[in-house]
Design a protein around this ligand. Structure first.
Ligand SMILES: [Zn+2]
Length: 263
C-alpha cells in the first residue's frame, strides 16, 4: 500500500451513504484521484467545507491496488475560494473548467502542470470579473498541456503560410477576410480553403491573431487583451475543438451560454 501526501483541488463531489461524500481531486502529484470523505455531508463533522467545489485541501491518502477509490487518511482545508461559489457566473465558468479536466487523462508525472494551471485560473476567476477571458486563457493553456494545440503556422489544407510580421512583436494574418478553425484536421483553413461545414468555426483575422499570439506568447510579461468579438468567436471555436477531441459535449457549456447575459 502506497501513501501519498499532496495538495488536491475538488473537481467533483457526490453524496455517498448517509453522511459521506465521494470527492474527485486534481492533485499536484498523483493526477486525478477519488475517495470517500467521511462526514462530508454533515456540518458538525467540520468536513463539509472541504468538499465544496474548487476548494484546495492538503491530503494524505493511500492507494490499494485493484480498487478505484483511494483511502483518504487526512484532509485539511487550505484555500476555500468562497468568492467563486458566491457569484453564479464565476461558478458556472469554474464548472466548465472542472468538466474539461474531468474529461482529460492526466498522467501522474504531468499533474503538477495541470495543478498549477488550475490553481492560477481559480485565483483569477475568484479575484477578477473577466471570467470569459480567464476561461479562454485556461483553454489555450489546456490545449498545450494536452498536446493538441491547433496548428496555426500554415493552412492545414493548401499549406500556404498564414502570417506576416508586424512592426512590433505581434503577427497578423495575410488576408483580412475570415479563416476557419477545423477541429477534425486540427488546424486553420485559409480563406481559399474554407468549406461549408457544421464542424468548422469561423475565426476573423483578429481572433486568429489573438489565438496565435497567446499560443506562442513569450514570457515577456505583456499580456494581450482579447476584444469582445475575439472572446465570442474563440469561445465557440474552442468548444467545438474540445467536443471533437473528447468525442462528447460539455454539459456545463450550455448552462454557461444560457446564463451568459448575467455576466
Ligand atoms: Zn488554404
Amino acid at each position: 500500500m502506497k501513501v501519498i501526501e499532496t495538495d488536491g483541488i475538488v473537481l467533483k463531489t457526490m453524496d455517498f451513504k448517509e453522511n459521506d461524500s465521494i470527492l474527485t481531486f486534481l492533485t499536484s502529484e498523483a493526477g486525478k484521484i477519488a475517495g470517500v470523505l467521511h462526514g462530508g455531508k454533515s456540518s458538525r463533522s467540520g468536513n463539509s467545507a472541504k468538499k465544496e467545489l474548487f476548494v484546495t485541501n492538503h491530503l494524505e491518502f493511500s492507494i490499494k491496488t485493484g480498487t478505484e477509490l483511494v483511502r483518504i487518511r487526512k484532509c485539511e482545508l487550505l484555500v476555500s475560494h468562497a468568492k467563486i461559489r458566491q457569484n453564479y457566473s464565476k461558478f458556472l465558468h469554474a464548472c466548465y473548467l472542472s468538466e474539461l479536466l474531468l474529461f482529460c487523462e492526466i498522467p501522474a508525472v504531468e499533474s503538477a502542470d495541470y495543478f498549477k494551471l488550475l490553481t492560477r485560473t481559480i485565483s483569477e476567476l475568484s479575484e477578477f470579473d473577466n471570467s470569459a477571458e480567464v476561461k479562454l486563457n485556461f483553454e489555450i493553456q489546456l490545449l498545450k498541456l494536452l498536446g493538441i494545440s491547433p496548428s496555426l503556422i500554415s493552412c492545414i489544407v493548401c499549406g500556404n503560410l498564414l502570417w506576416v510580421r508586424n512592426e512590433g512583436k505581434l503577427m497578423s494574418t495575410i488576408h483580412s477576410v475570415p479563416y476557419q478553425l477545423d477541429p477534425i484536421q486540427g488546424g486553420i483553413r485559409c480563406p481559399n480553403c474554407c468549406i461549408n461545414s457544421l464542424y468548422t468555426s469561423t475565426l476573423n483575422p483578429g481572433s486568429l491573431s489573438f489565438l496565435y499570439n497567446s499560443q506562442f506568447e513569450r514570457n515577456n510579461g505583456s499580456k494581450i487583451k482579447p476584444t469582445q468579438n475575439n472572446l465570442e468567436e474563440l469561445d465557440q471555436a474552442l468548444n467545438l475543438y474540445f467536443i471533437n477531441f473528447f468525442g462528447k459535449k460539455l454539459k456545463s457549456y450550455s448552462l454557461l451560454k444560457e446564463n451568459s447575459w448575467k455576466n
